[in-house]
Design a protein around this ligand. Structure first.
Ligand code: AMP
Length: 183
């Protein structure tokens, strides 16, 4: 099973991706986690990415595309994966479509986590991550609306989108995903 999780920051994508990944032995590929680890380890990637992350901007595609390309060719991803936080804009989605065609993989579904802004802001403030201060949250939401939300249309037109109400409890969302995905 190959899935993309799309949704605003704080929508619960990571939590749900982790649950499904564990339950179905799929690798959970979170570009945000990869970047945060790179920042913590002070690698060159981390040093280049940190400023963008602290400001709530997307890191440039040049930092992220090769990384995803390599990760999707690791042996553990042969039978499936969950991409969480990638693609984040239409050019990343086009890159991914080309990459999957090249490596002979097909996407099964994109899950769109629908959550109103007020729920997002209160969840993110409660989470307390380094990039979860109010100003950055506001910027990340703007970036989501401008750059990432167009992906909903992108995958809808390819008949590859399921929307879930991400404002419900973790267990309710998990149950709906299991039933929508028939897993
Ligand atoms: P996340 O944990 O997915 O919310 O990502 C945290 C931060 O990492 C984002 O605010 C971006 O700065 C950066 N990031 C994560 N994934 C991507 C991506 N696919 N493209 C560009 N930037 C990303």
């Amino acid at each position: 099973m190959r899935l993309i999780f799309v949704g605003p920051p704080g929508a619960g994508k990571g939590t749900q991706a982790q649950r499904i990944a564990e339950a179905h032995s799929l690798p959970h590929i979170s570009t945000g986690d990869i970047l945060r680890n790179a920042v913590a380890a002070q690698t060159e990637l981390g040093q280049q990415a940190q400023g963008y992350m602290d400001r709530g901007e997307l890191v440039p595609n040049s930092l992220i595309l090769d990384l995803v390309k390599e990760r999707l060719q690791d042996p553990d991803t042969a039978l499936g994966w969950i991409l969480d936080g990638f693609p984040r804009n239409v050019s990343q989605a086009e890159f991914l479509a080309g990459l999957l065609a090249d490596i002979g993989q097909t996407l099964d579904n994109t899950i769109n986590f629908d959550v109103p802004d007020d729920v997002i802001v209160s969840r993110m403030l409660a989470r307390g991550r380094q990039d979860d201060n109010e100003e950055t949250i506001r910027r990340r939401l703007e970036v989501y609306r401008e750059e990432t939300e167009p992906l909903i249309h992108f995958y809808q037109t390819r008949n590859c989108l399921i929307s879930v109400d991400g404002s419900r409890s973790i267990d309710d969302v998990a149950a709906q995903l299991e039933s929508d995905l028939k897993i």
